[in-house]
Design a protein around this ligand. Sequence first.
Ligand code: 13P
Length: 254
Amino acid sequence: MKMLMAANWKMFKTREEAADCARGIENRLAGLPADREAVLFAPFTALAACAGALGPGARLRLGGQNCYPAAEGAFTGEISPGMLLDCACSHVLVGHSERRALLGESDAFVGKKCAFALNAGLNATLCIGETLKERDGGMLRPVLERQLAEGLSEVPDDVTSERLCIAYEPVWAIGTGRVAGTAEILEAHALVRAFLRKRFTARGNAMRILYGGSVKPDNAEQIINLDNVDGVLVGGASLQAETFARIALAGVSD
Ligand code: 13P
């Protein structure tokens, strides 16, 4: 299983800034080991510029931060998986907690996107995570299991393990500088792994589970060395090429 080191730029960067930063990351990824992949989830408006800056053989792959579960149609403001493929994307995020909280995306809707994106040919990363209130209320397990069950409900049983990732991002750790503790990460990731095994049998063992939430160059190596952590999804610290590249190369000696 290759580790997946992913950048989520959220709603940041003009086309020019994005092209510069994507190029800057790519230039620093020459030493990325063969057992790691790097993906950049850029804003829709910057995808074509990033694709142009990176060129065809780049190490850094591209992804959209969201998609709509239809091929085309009267869905004002939305973007289809086919449009992402057309912008050289191979990946897409679904169910980010910011979209769940700010835009009211339901588990069921996220599940439709996940299955539709996979069927359209994109690799999907399903984001899940509990709020602090849910965690403090002892709801970690039921919340994660509900998000997984509904988020994966329409995904074909025989999906290949490389094409589906889960990103565990505790909402209270996103953009707060408060990274989840080792025990908290281990507990949540073990729970996700058990769910994936049950849902996809042996293939569930090989699906990647990413951690996201205040990942920085100085904590990345420790996080990716934890059991059942198969990569990271980085927000704020991915906005500078040098910082993200240090995370992507965490623990790689030069
Ligand atoms: P931060 O790394 O800024 O905490 O964001 C995490 C995140 O939401 C990635 O999707």
